[in-house]
Design a protein around this ligand. Structure first.
Ligand code: CAA
Length: 259
C-alpha cells in the first residue's frame, strides 16, 4: 500500500512507521490520521509482525502537533459534528499489539499526544515535549491533558499545559514520561532493538502484558489485581506457557506458537 504522509517498512518482525511531512515538521492532518490508522491496522492483522515503532522523518521533529493550517479556518460546528480527533482514540483502541514511539525531536501538542498513545516512549537527547495549545487559544484535544497528567502528575502537567513551555528529554525522563533517553544517532537502533525483543516474546503474553498495564489506568487496585490474576491463569493454559517453562528448564530458547 502506497502512503502519502507516512513511510512503512517491515524489518523482520518489526514494523517501522515514519511520519513523513518534514516540510510541516510532520504535523498531523486528517490524511496522517487515516494513513497511520491503516498502517497500524495492517500491522495488527499481520501475524508475522510483533511490535511497531513510530518515529518522525528528519532530525527536527517527531511531530509538531495537529496541523494548525488545517484547523485555522475550520468552523466550530465542523469540529463538533465530525467529532474531530475521535479517530485517534479509535486507532489506539483497535491496536492490541504494542508500538513504541521513537521521539527524535519536537513532540508538541498532538505530537506529544501521539507519543503518549504509544505503549512507551524512547527519546533522543534532542527530544522536546510540550502541550502548547494554550498559545493558540485552545487546549489539548487528543488526550494531552489526560495522558500527560497520568504520566507526570498534576504539577508538571499543569505547568506544561498552562505555560505552553517545552520540556527536554532529561526532564521528561525524570518526570516518568519517557522510558529511555538515548544519544540522537542511536535512537532508531535502540527503538528497533526494543521492538525486536518484544516481537520475540510469546505473542499472547505480549498482548496480555500490554492490556494489564493499560488496565492500571482505568480501574481500582483490587479490580486490576483480579484482572491480572485471571489473565495470568488463562495464559497458563497456552501451549506457549508449557513451551516457555520447558525451554527454561532445558536451558534453550523457546519456540513460540502464538497459542
Ligand atoms: N501545523 C502546521 N504546520 C506546522 C506546524 C503545525 N503544528 N508546526 C510547524 N509547522 C510548519 C510551519 O508552519 C513551517 O511551515 P512554512 O515553512 O510553510 O512556514 C514549518 O513547519 C517549519 O516550522 P517553523 O518555521 O515554525 O520551525 P521553527 O524551527 O522556527 O519552530 C516549532 C519549530 C517551535 C516546533 C514551531 O514550528 C511551532 O511552534 N509549531 C507549532 C507547535 C504547536 O503549537 N503545536 C500544537 C498544535 S495544536 C494541537 O496539536 C492540538 C491538539 O491537541 C491535537
Amino acid at each position: 500500500m502506497a502512503y502519502e504522509t507516512i513511510l512503512v517498512e517491515q524489518r523482520d518482525a518489526v514494523t517501522l512507521i515514519t511520519l513523513n511531512r518534514p516540510e510541516a515538521l510532520n504535523a498531523l492532518n486528517t490524511k496522517v490520521l487515516a494513513e497511520l490508522t491503516e498502517a497500524l491496522a495492517a500491522f495488527e492483522a499481520d501475524a508475522s509482525q510483533g511490535c511497531a515503532v513510530v518515529t518522525g522523518s528528519g532530525d527536527k521533529a517527531f511531530a509538531a502537533g495537529a496541523d494548525i493550517k488545517e484547523m485555522a479556518d475550520k468552523p466550530a460546528a465542523d469540529f463538533f459534528n465530525e467529532d474531530f480527533f475521535a479517530g485517534w482514540n479509535r486507532m489506539v483502541a483497535a491496536t492490541r499489539k504494542p508500538w513504541i514511539a521513537a521521539v527524535n525531536g519536537f513532540a508538541l501538542g498532538g505530537g506529544c499526544e501521539v507519543a503518549m498513545m504509544a505503549d512507551f516512549i524512547i527519546a533522543s537527547e534532542n527530544a522536546k515535549f510540550g502541550q502548547p495549545e494554550i498559545k493558540l487559544g485552545v487546549a489539548p484535544g487528543m488526550g494531552g491533558s489526560q495522558r500527560l497528567t497520568r504520566a507526570v502528575g498534576k504539577a508538571k502537567a499543569m505547568d506544561l499545559c498552562l505555560t505552553g513551555r517545552m520540556m527536554d528529554a532529561a526532564e521528561a525522563e525524570r518526570a516518568g514520561l519517557v522510558a529511555r533517553v538515548v544519544p540522537h544517532e542511536q535512537l532508531l537502533d535502540e527503538a528497533l532493538q526494543a521492538a525486536a525483543t518484544i516481537a520475540g516474546m510469546a505473542p499472547m503474553a505480549v498482548k496480555v502484558n500490554k492490556e494489564l498495564v493499560d488496565a492500571a489506568y482505568e480501574t481500582t487496585l483490587s479490580q486490576g489485581m483480579l484482572h491480572e490474576r485471571r489473565l495470568f491463569q488463562i495464559l497458563t493454559a497456552t501451549e506457549d506457557k508449557a513451551e516457555g517453562m520447558k525451554a527454561f528448564v532445558e536451558k534453550r530458547p523457546a519456540n513460540w506458537k502464538g497459542r
